[in-house]
Design a protein around this ligand. Sequence first.
Ligand SMILES: *[C@@H]1O[C@H](CO)[C@@H](O)[C@H](O)[C@H]1NC(C)=O
Ligand SMILES: *[C@@H]1O[C@H](CO)[C@@H](O)[C@H](O)[C@H]1NC(C)=O
Ligand SMILES: *[C@@H]1O[C@H](CO)[C@@H](O)[C@H](O)[C@H]1NC(C)=O
Ligand SMILES: *[C@@H]1O[C@H](CO)[C@@H](O)[C@H](O)[C@H]1NC(C)=O
Length: 409
Amino acid sequence: MEKRRLQLFRGESVFQHPYVFLVTVILSIIFIDPFRIGPLGDHDYKPVKHDVASYKKVMENWPADNRSRLGYGKLEFVDQVYGPESLEFDRSGRGPYTGLADGRVVRWMGDGFGWETFAVVTPNWSEKLCANGNKSTTPTQSKFEHRCGRPLGLRFDTKTGDLYIADAYYGLLVVGPEGGLATPLATHDIEGNPILFANDLDIHSNGSIFFTDTSKRYNRLNHFLILLEGEATGRLLRYDPNTKETHVVRDGLAFPNGVQLSKDESFLLFTETTNCRVIKYWLEGPQKGKDYIFANLPGFPDNVRLNDKGQFWVAIDCCRTPAQEVLSNNPLIRSIYFRLPFKMSFLARLMGMDMYTVISLFNENGEILEVLEDKKGVVMKLVSEVREVNGKLWIGTVVHNHIATLPYP
Ligand SMILES: *[C@@H]1O[C@H](CO)[C@@H](O)[C@H](O)[C@H]1NC(C)=O
Ligand SMILES: *[C@@H]1O[C@H](CO)[C@@H](O)[C@H](O)[C@H]1NC(C)=O
Ligand SMILES: *[C@@H]1O[C@H](CO)[C@@H](O)[C@H](O)[C@H]1NC(C)=O
Ligand SMILES: *[C@@H]1O[C@H](CO)[C@@H](O)[C@H](O)[C@H]1NC(C)=O
C-alpha cells in the first residue's frame, strides 16, 4: 500500500496524463505565481477572516439617497491640489489647509494669492525630488513618498494655533501657526516599536493627542494588502505632551483610520476600514476604557469629523458587494483569487466593486441622521473626509486632484 502511493507521486503515471498535467501547471501558477504578475507580487500574504457585519443586515437598515445628492457637488481647485485627504481651517477662519501627495501641507490664501506651501514634514523635502504636480497621485510618486512625506491627518490646536500632522511616514508632528518645517513628536511608542503608518489624529483639551497607526506590517504604499489580508495589527495611540511618551490605547485593530473626540470628550470614535465599521471608545464614565461598535457601514470608512452640533460626518468608499463578502469570509478563496494573474482593478471589477461614494451623518448614539451618495460616481469617486463649515461641506480625497464642495444643509 505504502509503496504504491509512493509510486504515484514519483510522477511516472498520474502527472503524465495531459489533462492532469495541465491542471497541475495552472494550479501551481495560481498558487505560486512564478512571474509575480498577480497583484500580490512577491508579498508574504497571509489572509485571515474579516470581522465584519453581514452585508445583507447592514443594507437592510441603510437608507438610500434617492436623489443622489452628492452628484450635485462642485469640484474645486482641479489639478491644483493633489490627493488632499484632510481639510482644516485655522482659528482666524483661513483655509482650507490640506496635506498633499507631494508631501506638503498647503493653505488656500484666497483668490489672487492661491495656494501657498505652509509646511513640510522632513528637511529632505525639495522641489526637485518631490514636486511632481498632479502626477503626485499616480505611481510616479511612489518611489519618493517615504522621502517626501505623506501628511494624512491635520488638526489645529485652537488654543495655541499649532497644527498637528499625522504623516504616513514621519509619524506625529507639529508646526507653529506660521508654518515651516514640522517638528517630530512621536516616531515610536513607549516600548520602542516604530510607528509605521500614522493616519489621523485628534487633540484632547488636556493636550493628549490620540492618533492611529494603521499597521505594524504594511506602510501606506501597501495599504491594499492590509485590506486584502484582513490583518489586524493597527493601533490607537496617545501621545502625552507632559512626558513626551506615546502610549498604546488599543492594539489589534484592522486598519484603524480616522479619529474624532466627541464634543464633551467623554468618548472618541475611530474607524476600522477593513471591518467597515466605526468603533466608540469611552474615555469617561462607567464604560471608561471599553469599546463598542458604533456603526456598521456599507463600505470602507476613512476619516470622521465633528460638526458644530456634535454630530459626526463619516466618509465612506463604496461599496461592499455580495461577491466581496464571500471573499471576506473565506481567507483561502481570497488567497487564491488574488493570486490570479490579473490586475487588481480587473479583479475588483469582477467582484462588482465599482467606485462611488457615500457620506453619512451620525448622532452620538450611532443613529443615522443623513446619507448622501453619488451612486454612479459621476462627480465624486472616492472621499476621505467631510468637514461641515458655515453651510458648506468640504470633501477631501486621497487619490484625486481636487476638493469637492456642496452647500449643506
Ligand atoms: C427611495 O425610493 C424608494 C423606492 O423608490 C422608496 O421606497 C423610499 O421610501 C425612498 N426613500 C426616500 C428617503 O425617499
Ligand atoms: C534625509 O535623507 C538622507 C539620505 O537619504 C537620510 O539618510 C536621512 O535619514 C533623511 N533624513 C530624514 C530626517 O528623513
Ligand atoms: C494634470 O493636469 C493636466 C492639465 O490640467 C491634465 O490634462 C491631466 O489629466 C492631469 N493629470 C492628472 C493625473 O490628474
Ligand atoms: C487626558 O485625557 C485622556 C483621556 O481621558 C487621558 O487618557 C489622559 O491621561 C489625560 N492626560 C492628562 C495629562 O491628564
